[in-house]
Design a protein around this ligand. Structure first.
Ligand SMILES: *[C@@H]1O[C@H](CO)[C@@H](O)[C@H](O)[C@H]1NC(C)=O
Ligand SMILES: *[C@@H]1O[C@H](CO)[C@@H](O)[C@H](O)[C@H]1NC(C)=O
Ligand SMILES: *[C@@H]1O[C@H](CO)[C@@H](O)[C@H](O)[C@H]1NC(C)=O
Ligand SMILES: *[C@@H]1O[C@H](CO)[C@@H](O)[C@H](O)[C@H]1NC(C)=O
Length: 616
């Protein structure tokens, strides 16, 4: 009965009749699907986890079959995408559920972050200890010397199987590949150009074009905030990651000078999964850490970069300078790192916070300035709130030493401000600046890189210019032209009160706080930001409460203050008032692997439930 209802609701009875699953599997699938439909609140989400937990008692293979069956029957992804993603990431979610306690902080965190059905639990207190008390020193003033140029690029995601002329309107998470005959060049009516398409990860050709533009800038050095590998997450394995890392890093090595890089959530297989302790050796992607350590060493020649072979982090003093660049693995703190959902969630995975403190203390003791570079920004909704708060303790302690923090991951052009007092977020409590650079992959706006003007003594940021290659420009598919898009001082500094346009002034945390104040005062300043965020590509409407919430997000390097409520699937109990397509612009659901599958299942279940209620 239940199965029939499910199949009819999904319009998939025909396809399912070919599946000769064991009765047991069918029954479990039906029960789980009912739980998905009934999960309208935190209790419902816990009930769903309870059923998944009971199913996990029947063994890993059974559990993976059930999940794969559910994904395939509901038709939320093609069968090969379902089975590929679940085979890769499923075992870690299975293991987490097996040990998870219902109604625990861990299970509520899972319901909050994956399904938006529980409120986020309160941050669990964890006081980091510091080797010395915070000194009275403050950020040094700019030296007045002429700036050096530093390039920042991110999220390249080159698709080595990109095929010019193949279909860009496919059913898979990324297109521009001849998955089936109908997608082939010469057959499809939607051919991809040679330099990329918004529905696809880019060809290596686009990366080469960007490298040439960067080489023309002739930076002192560059930073790259990770995500080398393409989004075909259902097919990516260790060999493909190694091939991708080698392809991208050898191209960077060949085309650009010194580059300091950090690890992205796609730079391993299965994606996102980094075990927090040495205990889970089987899951430890030592092979990825080692490959990155070698690649990164050849990009910098700094021996300490090789420490990345431990867990993807290193600290390097840029030769001949007073700048310590600390690249840390922020993917430990990613809510889709299922290996983190232990009982309880570990507070300092691999002791990385302790290590950061050591490195920053060393910088402080040596009178150096420090840059922190990482993939996932600390304030975004997909960063664990607990770890964001712990990290913020470190930022606050070393604010005078930290000249800037640099991130990628969101594919969008954003920033985040840290404050000494989040209940009083003002220009004079703003303590640190997180710069979030947009992606090269053109899936959320045209391909982009950024050029900072950096004080050669303090390493403070004096300005930056964002460059884009406009994918809508008629000449783009012939030869992308990389042109300045906007600049921080000219386009924001001129709008704040009092204006800051002096080329010698630093764009400090206070400067950026004042930019957010200008956004509140003058909606056109916010709209400019909102459009630049996606380089003018499919700009969604955002004013009133949406704008307020976005400004709040900019003022939250500490994620618990980002004003983003778990809401993606928070439907009203009886479905009448439910809004079925509620897209959270911050949660890039299309490429997150297993998490996307679960989110899509939940969405599908809600549509079914609504139909059932209407049919009564
Ligand atoms: C890495 O890439 C370079 C450049 O494409 C190639 O010459 C080399 O053989 C590759 N190495 C491996 C181990 O695949
Ligand atoms: C993890 O491994 C490293 C390097 O082998 C070692 O120094 C550290 O003590 C280990 N940590 C734990 C918690 O076992
Ligand atoms: C990109 O090019 C299109 C087509 O020429 C134009 O309409 C659009 O304004 C350009 N976008 C940007 C950000 O320059
Ligand atoms: C920010 O605005 C305040 C209040 O208008 C002003 O006193 C302060 O100098 C500004 N700071 C910067 C860096 O623009």
């Amino acid at each position: 009965m239940r199965i029939n209802t499910l199949l009819l609701a999904c319009g998939l009875s025909a396809s399912f009749q070919g599946v000769h699953a064991e009765a047991n599997t069918e029954k479990t699938i039906a029960t789980i699907w009912d739980d998905f439909k009934n999960a309208v609140d935190c209790g419902g989400c816990q009930a769903l986890l309870g059923t998944l937990k009971v199913a996990s008692g029947l063994g890993e293979k059974f559990w993976l079959d059930v999940f794969t069956g559910l994904c395939t029957i509901t038709g939320i992804e093609d069968p090969d995408v379902c089975s590929g993603i679940i085979a890769a990431e499923g075992p870690s979610l299975y293991a987490a559920l097996k040990t998870m306690h219902l109604n625990s902080g861990t299970s509520k965190t899972l319901c909050a972050s994956l399904l938006g059905l529980c409120p986020y639990p309160e941050v669990r207190p964890y006081d980091l200890t510091f080797p010395s008390p915070k000194p009275k020193t403050v950020r040094p003033p700019p030296s007045g010397k002429s700036p050096i140029k530093v390039v920042h690029f991110s999220d390249t995601h080159v698709d080595l199987l990109y095929e010019t002329g193949s279909n860009y309107e496919c059913n898979k998470p990324i297109c521009c590949r001849a998955y089936e005959d109908k997608d082939a060049p010469g057959v499809t009516e939607h051919p991809c150009g040679p330099y990329g398409n918004p529905q696809c990860d880019p060809p290596a050709r686009l990366q080469e074009s960007m490298h040439a533009a960067i080489a023309q800038i002739n930076p002192e050095f560059s930073i790259y905030t990770g995500d080398v590998i393409s989004h075909d997450v259902w097919m990516v394995d260790q060999a493909k990651v190694l091939e991708g890392l080698n392809a991208t890093y050898s191209a960077i090595d060949r085309d650009i000078g010194t580059v300091y890089a950090s690890i992205g959530n796609h730079d391993t297989a299965p994606l996102n999964l980094f075990p927090p302790t040495n205990a889970s050796k089987d899951d430890d992607p030592e092979w990825a850490y080692q490959a990155l350590a070698e690649d990164w060493f050849s990009l910098t020649g700094v021996p300490s970069v090789q420490d990345a072979d431990q867990y993807g982090s290193y600290s390097a003093v840029h030769p001949g300078s007073n700048l310590r660049i600390i690249s840390y693995n922020s993917v430990f703190y990613y809510i889709y790192n299922f290996l983190m959902y232990g009982e309880p969630i570990e507070q300092d995975p691999r002791g990385q916070f302790e290590w950061l403190i050591q490195e920053l203390q060393a910088a402080e003791d040596a009178g150096q300035r420090a840059w922190l570079i990482a993939h996932i920004p600390s304030g975004v909704p997909d960063h664990f709130r607990d770890h964001s708060q712990y990290f913020d303790q470190i930022v606050q302690r070393y604010e005078a030493t930290i000249a800037g923090l640099f991130y990628g991951h969101t594919h969008t052009d954003e920033f985040q401000i840290a404050y000494s007092d989040y209940n009083n977020r003002d220009w004079n409590t703003a303590t640190a600046m997180g710069y979030i650079a947009p992606a090269m992959t053109p899936t959320e706006g045209s391909a982009s890189f950024r050029v900072y003007d950096i004080d050669p003594v303090t390493f403070g940021v004096l300005d930056y210019t964002q460059y884009i290659a406009n994918i809508s420009d008629p000449s783009y598919q012939v030869k992308p032209e990389w042109v300045p898009y906007y600049s921080a001082k000219a386009d924001y500094g001129s709008k704040i009160s009092p204006p800051v346009t002096d080329p010698k002034a630093e764009i400090t945390p206070a400067f950026w706080h004042n930019v957010t104040v200008a956004m509140e005062r003058d909606p056109s300043v916010f709209q400019d930001f909102w459009s630049r965020r996606v380089r003018g590509h499919e700009v969604e409407e955002c004013d009133g409460d949406c704008a307020k919430s976005e400004i709040c997000q900019l003022r939250a390097a500490n994620a618990q203050y980002n004003c983003v409520k778990p809401k993606a699937f928070n439907f009203k109990r009886d479905g009448e008032e439910s809004v079925l397509v509620e897209k959270d612009p911050h949660v890039n659901c299309d490429h997150a692997g297993m998490a996307t599958i679960i989110a899509k299942m939940m969405h599908r279940a809600k549509i079914d439930r609504k139909k059932e209620i209407e049919a009564r």
